[in-house]
Design a binder for this molecule. Structure first.
Ligand code: GLU
Length: 401
């Protein structure tokens, strides 16, 4: 789940949003985007696959004025990393722009319903379904955006932190969350939004943390109003953050390694959510599901890794053999790449790397890929999402041998 930044106030939003996106880069992402409302009340979206620097480059000669905007770094769950799939997403009429962290689990049902009503989609994301659904609810109920979001979110299954702005309405950002964090920064005559406090802390240390199923109306020149999605008004205490930026980035831990160790339950939860079905009876890993038969009929699984990943591979060996009854070999990537390994047609090679950049593991994948008439499903998992190579990209690489 990736990064959200928002700003509404008296300053130019674009530089604040870009700086905020840079602050969130540590979370890892595959694309970035920004939506602004200018003085003419026009709503503009810029987005780019790749780094925040690529977004800046693509917006370089364009108009980026406006004192309200939202911005996002995406870590794809539904649809490949691309310009079209990057956030923000417009609604059909291009009057709404929405950014989203998380996964809309019932997006397929909602999408089918909307398609029947004539809605078309520019991306393959679950997020675009949500913004179209909100627009649909708004026109169906002839209500304002805030109520439409409340009604829509009641019908959404999944995890979300969202922020929405509306063309012709340069005075408000609406934000909501469930199972994905969202922080509102309270400045003097300005408000900030972040998926964590790191893009906010240099402007204000006064923050409100939204709770699950809460929705915030952030209006220029007014106090923030917070309701539940069932429209019960909530009074939140404004907290004062005492951490500085570098402490905040380390989550209050004395160093990053300790932070990452303590983050493991959350990392696992985030990784599983949206991939385990609602009943908890089935797990679908996009990227692997397309190759299900090859996995089922595999003769042997070869796990290649280095260091801690190699130890994780040893546990994988026990699990695969116990539950799948497929023989497994776990090899050091550095050994594997420097000999002439025997890989059969029905073998599957799985690479594990914490950084996603381990040179020996990457070379071993390349070797497996080039090993003649083989199918090699190469999977790279990472404890540090900023460095992970998406599973589906590696399978795609392996498949294009
Ligand atoms: N599910 C959304 C997508 O694939 C959001 C992913 C994220 O949290 O960045 O676009």
């Amino acid at each position: 789940m990736c990064g959200i930044v928002g700003y509404i106030g008296f300053r130019e939003a674009y530089p604040i949003l870009i700086k905020g996106l840079h602050r969130l880069e540590y979370r890892g992402y595959d694309s970035a985007g920004i939506a602004l409302i200018n003085e003419q009340n026009e709503l503009t979206v810029y987005k780019a696959k790749g780094r925040v620097a690529d977004l800046e480059e693509s917006a370089k000669d364009k108009s980026t004025t406006g004192t309200i905007g939202i911005a996002h770094t995406r870590w794809a769950t539904h649809g490949e990393p691309s310009n079209a799939n990057a956030h923000p997403h417009y609604s059909q009429s291009e009057t709404l722009a929405l950014i989203h962290n998380g996964i809309i689990e019932n997006y397929a049902v909602l999408k089918a319903e909307l398609e029947q009503k004539g809605y078309t989609f520019q991306s393959s994301t679950d997020t675009e379904v949500l913004v179209q659904f909100i627009e649909y609810i708004k026109s169906l109920n002839k209500c304002d955006l805030f109520s439409a979001i409340q009604i829509a979110l009641k019908q959404v299954v999944g995890a979300y932190a969202i922020a929405i702005i509306e063309k012709g309405n340069p005075n408000q950002i609406i934000a909501a969350r469930k199972s994905s964090p969202l922080v509102i920064g309270i400045g003097e005559g300005e408000f900030f939004l972040g998926s964590d406090a790191s893009p906010i802390i240099e402007y204000t240390n006064k923050v409100i943390y939204l709770n699950d199923e809460e929705i915030a109306l952030i209006k220029r020149g007014e106090d923030v109003k917070i309701f539940t999605i069932s429209n019960v008004e909530i009074t939140h205490e404004i907290k004062e953050l005492e951490m500085n930026l570098s402490e905040l980035e380390r989550g209050g831990f004395p160093h990053y390694m300790l932070k990452e160790i303590y983050e493991q339950p959350d990392t696992l939860r985030n990784c599983m959510s949206g991939r385990v079905n609602v009943e908890g009876t089935n797990i679908t890993l996009s990227g692997i599901i397309d190759h299900k038969d090859k996995f089922i009929h595999a003769n042997r699984i070869i796990i290649i890794a280095c260091g801690t990943s190699w130890h994780a591979g040893l546990i994988g060996e026990y699990l695969f053999e116990e539950f799948c009854r497929i023989p497994v070999e776990v090899e050091y990537a550095s050994e594997f790449r420097y000999r002439n390994p025997v890989i059969h047609k029905d073998d599957i090679v799985i690479a594990i790397s914490q950084s996603g950049e381990t040179a020996d593991s990457l070379a071993a994948i390349e070797l497996a890929r080039k090993a003649g008439h083989l199918y090699t499903g190469c999977v790279m998992l990472s404890a540090r999402p900023s460095h992970a190579i998406p599973i589906r990209d590696l399978i795609r690489i392996a498949d294009t041998r």
